[in-house]
Design a protein around this ligand. Structure first.
Ligand code: DX5
Ligand code: ZN
Length: 229
């Protein structure tokens, strides 16, 4: 994984057919996905439950690009090893998940993964200032985490701009997660983001047997960014 600020589209499999993850992943990669975003929820940190480490290990075999695992769990430290062993390339933990986010970032890198830190919409960007020298990615949530298909929170755009300035020339990805559509994508791209997570906007209208809409949806996000940035 070499670093670049080129635009990357990371479909969230939260919007995939849950009975068919392997084929869904192969379909989105064939249709142009750059990364595969895996939303892990614990029913405690967020009001929803999704994927444990064995499921992640199972789908890993189908991912040829980058397995981007978003841990919306608290406590998080005790599970880092298991998700790393499941094959995550990037492990992102929330800064709000506990009092020791510095230790969490160290533990993620020690487990052999790229380290990401995520910020809820209500958390100021300054919360990650002292972590920037030990992370590979900052994820700015543009919805309150827990569910796909929510409305983009526009007040987060200014946060992305400030984060981009704070990062300077450090090789840190800025990822946007939640409510990304062809309308909102160019706003965050212009503000400095390079990774756009999109669930409903990628999977809508397609299926494993009819995957062409996945490609059209991914291209629509890219084109929207190309024309307006
Ligand atoms: C929200 C998740 C997101 C979500 C994005 O808790 O972290 O990754 O699936 O879904 P859309 O793109 O539908 O907002
Ligand atoms: Zn996510």
């Amino acid at each position: 994984m070499s670093f670049s600020r080129e635009l990357k589209i990371a479909p969230s499999i939260l919007s995939a057919d849950f009975a068919n993850f392997g084929a869904e992943i192969e379909a989105i990669e064939a249709q142009g996905a750059d990364w595969v975003h895996v939303d892990v929820m614990d029913g405690h940190f967020v009001p929803n439950l999704t994927f444990g480490p064995p499921l992640c290990a199972g789908i890993r075999k189908h991912i040829k690009t980058v397995m981007d695992v978003h841990l919306m769990i608290s406590p998080v430290d005790a599970y880092i090893e298991a998700y790393a062993a499941a094959g995550a390339d990037i492990l992102t933990a929330h800064v709000e998940a506990g009092p020791h986010s510095h230790r969490t970032m160290q533990a993620i890198r020690a487990a052999g993964c790229k380290a990401g830190v995520a910020l809820n919409p209500g958390t100021p960007v300054e919360a990650v200032d002292t972590l920037l020298d030990m992370v590979d990615l900052v994820c700015v949530m543009t919805v309150n985490p827990g569910f796909g298909g929510q409305k983009f929170i526009h007040s987060q755009i200014d946060k992305v701009k400030r984060l981009r300035a704070m990062i300077g020339d450090r090789p840190i990805h800025i990822e946007i997660d939640g409510g990304v559509t062809p309308e909102t994508a160019p706003l965050v791209r212009a503000a400095g983001a390079d990774v756009l997570v999109a669930g409903s906007a990628v999977f809508k209208g397609g299926s494993v047997s009819t995957p062409a809409p996945y490609g059209e949806n991914i291209r629509a996000l890219r084109t929207a960014c190309d024309t307006l940035v």
